[in-house]
Design a protein around this ligand. Structure first.
Ligand SMILES: Cc1cc2nc3c(=O)[nH]c(=O)nc-3n(C[C@H](O)[C@H](O)[C@H](O)COP(=O)(O)O)c2cc1C
Length: 377
């Protein structure tokens, strides 16, 4: 891999901060892999409440609720993300919950108001993940236009600027091609906490459009699973744009984590997931997401080079390589941290038990390695 160097300066200013952890909320049915392997994960509310409580007691800072409106390639049932996120926040004490939302399906002022209220109720524990969309049917079946890739991102960027303006200004003004705002005073505004001036704004995407938008307007950039080289390239691109705009953007990387006491046992689980893949659903998903990225001029959209085995995990989570023993996984995480990764967004096969295994066996090693690395440099 391309190393980020071995001195502290080259690790970036955030290296002294502990890695943060988020998990994908299984609020759609079928789990996080498109496979017929047994998954002891349930998309229902009761299971998710217990999971959120386990997660905050096992080192997780955030949970990310997914947004899907209709069945799609192995996700027959879906709970809506903003309502589900609020419910999980109320069932926990510290966990911050990130609700995925689509510009194009929400009017931004209505969403800003919704989140401001939820943020007041939860004492500042709400966040949003702005996703620009890959699932054309979802829009067309709802009777909404499906914009081309670059236009989707132009709309998302305006959406984010508008939402931030309304959250932070008493006389909010915004003039864009998609949205306008005139002398608007949102009351109450979201809670201001020590760690952020308004609910954090995440985004998910990897294309050149996504990187530019992340650098210009988001607080966090979520990448699909990828190799250290692939992540390094994105961090560099986003940071270059952010620097020009005098901003700092933090990075989260998706990874499907399979931790077992031996590497062979973890690899066996991965093999079984892929062997039992729901081939038809994976191929349908692959065709849809590749189509969604086709209109990017440079073909750098998410999933453009994903292979069949990668697509068995919706967000290329196997590619991050968090598969093996606790030592191997912790070491791998530090490798990414050295490149500037601030957070891992994790998915699991059997959420309840795997989250507990993470907290008990893996997280303490990550903390030990972080401390040792800081001592060393
Ligand atoms: C971490 C992450 C989470 C995402 N969550 C969702 C989601 O919940 N619903 C959805 O429709 N798309 C989701 N997306 C996909 C985006 O909508 C979009 O299709 C993708 O980011 C486009 O990538 P591109 O900019 O590389 O073309 C997510 C993407 C990432 C990286």
């Amino acid at each position: 891999m391309s190393s980020a160097g071995s001195d502290r300066a080259s690790y970036g200013p955030s290296f002294h901060e502990p890695l943060k952890f988020a998990y994908w909320v299984p609020n759609v049915s079928g789990g996080l892999v498109v496979s017929k392997i047994e998954q002891r994960t349930d998309w229902g509310y009761d299971y998710n409440v217990k999971l959120a409580q386990l997660a905050e007691n096992n080192g997780f800072d955030y949970a990310l609720s997914q947004v899907r409106y209709i069945a799609s390639y192995g996700a027959a049932y879906q709970h809506e993300s903003t309502a589900f996120s609020l419910a999980l926040t109320l069932a926990t004490e510290r966990l911050k919950v990130i609700a995925a939302i689509h510009p194009g399906l929400w009017q931004p002022g209505v969403l800003a108001k919704w989140i401001a209220t939820a943020d007041q109720i939860t004492g500042g524990r709400m966040a949003i993940n702005v996703v620009s969309g890959w699932f054309k049917d979802e829009f067309t079946k709802l009777g909404e236009p499906w914009l081309e890739h670059g236009e989707r991102y132009r709309r998302s960027e305006e959406f984010i600027r508008y939402v931030r303006e309304i959250w932070t200004s008493d006389n909010a003004e915004f003039n864009g091609d998609f949205y306008n705002l005139h002398d608007f005073d949102l009351k109450p505004k979201p809670v201001i906490t020590d760690s952020r001036p308004h609910p954090e704004i995440f985004m998910g995407g990897n294309s050149t459009d996504a990187r530019g938008m992340g650098g210009r307007v988001t607080d966090w950039y979520f990448a699909n699973g990828n190799t250290p080289e692939g992540i390094h390239e994105q961090i560099r691109d986003v940071t270059d744009v952010a620097t020009v705009h005098g901003r700092i953007v933090k990075f989260g990387v998706n990874g499907f984590l399979i931790g077992r006491d031996t590497e062979a046992a973890a690899r066996d689980v991965l093999r079984e997931i892929v062997d039992k893949a729901d081939r038809e659903a994976v191929e349908g998903f692959g065709a849809a997401v590749k189509q969604a990225g086709q209109s990017t001029g440079d073909k750098k959209g998410m999933w453009q080079d994903s292979e069949f085995a990668d697509l068995v995990q919706y967000n290329d989570g196997f590619r991050t390589g968090l598969i093996g023993t606790p030592e191997q996984i912790a070491t791998r995480m530090i490798e990414y941290k050295k490149l500037g990764v601030n957070l891992f967004l994790l998915g699991f096969l059997h959420y309840h038990e795997d989250v507990e295994y993470f907290g008990r066996e893996i997280l303490p090693l990550v903390r030990e390695l972080e401390a040792a690395e800081l001592e060393r440099v």
